[in-house]
Design a protein around this ligand. Structure first.
Ligand code: ZN
Length: 139
């Protein structure tokens, strides 16, 4: 079995900013030479997450609105008392979404649905530079 590790860097605006990672993932899998296996997409950090969604303008607004209903940004959180931070909602949203997805690799490409993109969601309360791991494993 072969493992190939690549990273992509994403400049975000924070506040549940959604970025499409599908092309960097395709490139990383192509570079790896792996034809059959799995690819892990992982963001390190406790205020961002990775998921799949249809990357279109409506859902790019619907997703932040959903998280605003679940964990409002302006609410008060115990986390704010711990560190003097203002991003309790960002941590909770990231915990709900999770930091990674695993995508099957088939014939050298990610086996995604036609309307399914892999996205990074940055929940923090300020712009961030995120480094996302794209790790392909297989044969
Ligand atoms: Zn914090």
């Amino acid at each position: 079995m072969k493992t190939h590790r690549a990273f992509c860097t994403v400049e975000t605006r924070g506040h549940t900013d959604v970025h499409d990672l599908t092309e960097p993932l395709r490139r990383a899998i192509a570079e790896s030479g792996i034809r059959e296996g799995q690819a892990l997409v992982f963001v390190s950090g406790s205020t961002a997450g990775v998921t799949t969604i249809e990357f279109e303008p409506g859902l790019r607004k619907d997703l932040p609105e959903l998280f605003e209903r679940l964990a409002p940004e302006k609410a008060d959180y115990h986390h704010h008392a711990t560190w003097g931070d203002d991003n309790g909602a960002a941590h909770l949203r990231a915990a709900l979404l999770g930091p990674s997805v695993v995508v099957p690799i088939a014939e050298g490409a990610p086996l995604l649905g036609e309307w399914q993109q892999v996205v990074l969601v940055d929940f923090d309360t300020r712009p961030r530079r995120r480094r996302v791991l794209l790790q392909a494993m297989g044969e």
